[in-house]
Design a protein around this ligand. Structure first.
Ligand code: NAP
Length: 265
């Protein structure tokens, strides 16, 4: 079978190799899954560059998430699972950029047999992250304001959708003005563009209400400008730093707002 693999860390366009590998048979408690769709997530690219939180032993099979059909079941696994469409989770326990993967039965979660495979294949990382960012750190009352930086990304759009579902209000910060329209159409309450007057514009939009949570993807200036608007003890949860800037919050904001800083990985 064909598989994509890594023999050295570097630029994804240079170091990812197409190779042949034995398909193998599922062992006890395992399934073999024929991969139908496997996304390229930013975390795959970071892993290939060698800058992710873990560095696999080389050569390494690639692909963090995906879906497929069960094609064989090992001893101790219900043979009726053959033919099921499954989501392959969690990340980094098995590879998906290959024709077929072997995994523990519990890592094959049944999904809608008729759903869009490209959408289903992306369930494993960004939507779960978005849910955890929104609900994993603080209990938010209905109507609470949540701000997020880097709001044009796929992950941020899941945060927005889940926030609407939970009847929360969102203040979304983007770097390009042309992201504005589609976010408003997706139900954003406020969309602001990064810049010197971000703090002032955000304060105007919020009126007297504080932010209950800041979800940060950028670090640097945008989050520093939003921090003074956070309620006392309100958390800032950072899950990436796309601008590659350090997270710099004024110490006075840390004192007066009592911000709780958390990194989600
Ligand atoms: N910690 C975790 O568990 C976790 C989980 C999921 C994702 N993430 C991280 O979250 C990020 C988004 O992932 P995704 O799949 O949602 O990404 P995506 O849909 O590909 O979106 C990429 C985003 O990055 C923005 N961007 C790119 N370079 C930037 C820069 N220099 N400054 C500011 N913004 C920049 C883009 O803005 P424009 O639209 O303006 O181009 C866009 O919003 C990635 O860094 C990913 O690794 C972390």
């Amino acid at each position: 079978m064909k598989t994509l693999q890594l023999s050295s860390f570097g630029a994804p366009t240079d170091v990812v190799e197409l190779a042949e590998a034995a398909s193998g048979d599922p062992g006890p408690g395992q399934l073999a899954v024929a991969i139908e769709a496997a996304p390229i997530n930013p975390s795959d690219l970071m892993l290939i560059r060698g800058i992710y939180g873990v560095r696999p032993e080389l050569p390494a099979a690639l692909g963090a998430e995906g879906i497929g059909r069960v094609v064989a079941a090992g001893d101790g696994v219900d043979a009726a699972r053959v033919g099921e469409r499954v989501l392959v989770v969690p990340t980094l326990e098995q590879a998906t950029w290959r024709e077929r993967t072997i995994l523990d039965e519990r890592n094959a979660v049944p999904v809608d047999a008729d759903g869009d495979p490209l959408q289903l294949a992306m369930l494993g990382i960004n939507p779960i992250t978005a849910h955890s960012l929104l609900h994993g750190y603080v209990k938010l009352p209905s109507g609470a304001w949540v701000a997020q930086t880097g709001a044009s990304s796929a992950t941020a759009r899941y945060v927005l959708a889940l926030a609407r579902h939970a009847r929360l209000r969102t203040l979304n910060v983007v770097r390009r003005a042309d992201s504005w329209k589609s976010l408003l159409e997706a139900g954003a309450d406020v969309v602001l563009v990064e810049g010197e007057d971000l703090a002032e514009q955000a304060a105007d939009a919020l009126g007297d209400a504080p932010l209950e949570l800041i979800v940060d993807a950028i670090a640097g200036e945008p989050v520093a400008q939003l921090a003074p608007l956070l309620r006392i003890g309100g958390p800032i949860v950072s899950y990436t730093a796309r601008g590659r800037q350090p997270l710099s919050i004024s110490i006075l904001d840390l004192f007066s707002a009592g911000c709780a800083l958390t990194a989600s990985g």
